[in-house]
Design a protein around this ligand. Sequence first.
Ligand code: ADP
Ligand code: MG
Length: 360
Amino acid sequence: MAYLTLKNINKIYPNGFHAVHNFNLEIEKGEFIVFVGSSGCGKSTTLRMIAGLEEISSGDLLINGERANELGPRQREVAMVFQSYALYPQMSVYDNLAFSLVLQGVDEDVIEERVNKTAAILGLTDYLDRMPRALSGGQRQRVAVGRAIIRKVGIFLMDEPLSNLDAKQRVTMRSEITQIHRETGATTIYVTHDQTEAMTMADRIVIMRDGYIQQVGTPKELYFNPANVFVAGFIGEPPMNFVKGTVKDGKISFCGTKIDLKLKLKDKISEYEGKPIVFGFRPEAIKLGKQADSYVFNCDVELNEMLGDNTNVYIVSGDDRAILKVDPHDSPEVDTNIDFSVPYENVYLFDGETENVINI
Ligand code: ADP
Ligand code: MG
């Protein structure tokens, strides 16, 4: 049995706005789950319903097999870390960490031991006497994480905890949170709009859009087997290239040329005769030049972005645009005409109407 079950959960706010639709998910003990999606897709609402900070309009929330809808936040054995840190400004780091244990009436010796251990895990040992205003953003965020893990609750909820940090601190804290999860083993639900955080931290990702789950899977599943255009475009940087076309006589138009769909594709694609279709390929899944067992395209180079480990090449052909990720030593000159190849096995096709993947 799953540790945490969300069954047909809906949230309709008092103003009538339906923010979360039929959310279904089972979470195993110890999993690190990431809810990811653009701003406003319902991530925080869902997290707050799990925390008990927001009423569940319909559906069932089970924690350890027991219905938890009616339990208050303190009875749910959850700890939450907010984007805003929410530290007590007039209390030292030590007192901030100790506060929830003091409220619970835990013995002072035990509190001291737990504060010291938590501070050690988070690299805060030398800062216990400081006030929050005398800490950097990263250190404050560590205190906020420490306040949650010190409670040793079963479920750890984090809502965009790194978004107030600069890019470098975010990368550091990302691996620290992953490490803390490994050490504590606490079931964690982590909310972010950042696909890189989702990909690097999650055991499983829940990708959301407009209050609906789009797909649930491991980072690898989402990257290699996206369920639809939205997921394919959300995961990966730069995103997957999409080209719209129509199937006619088993061929689709792309980069101004008609391409002949090969292999098994051809049978499958006959169902789509006369219908719109989306052809997808990842920027990193191409080879320059004309290669065997590939779809070969011709295009003009508009722009190069040299990023060090790779170059993003912006290409155009007719009305179609795409980005190719190439080795910087091989990057073609701007304003030249080039061929590139997409190996058959790196192609995705999507239904142009439903935007769902066509399994090929
Ligand atoms: P996310 O965390 O993914 O950015 P939220 O869960 O905060 O999204 O919000 C989801 C949607 O619900 C948004 O459209 C937001 O405007 C709306 N919303 C959030 N809180 C309320 C509220 N108290 N009343 C009405 N609508 C709300
Ligand atoms: Mg939010």
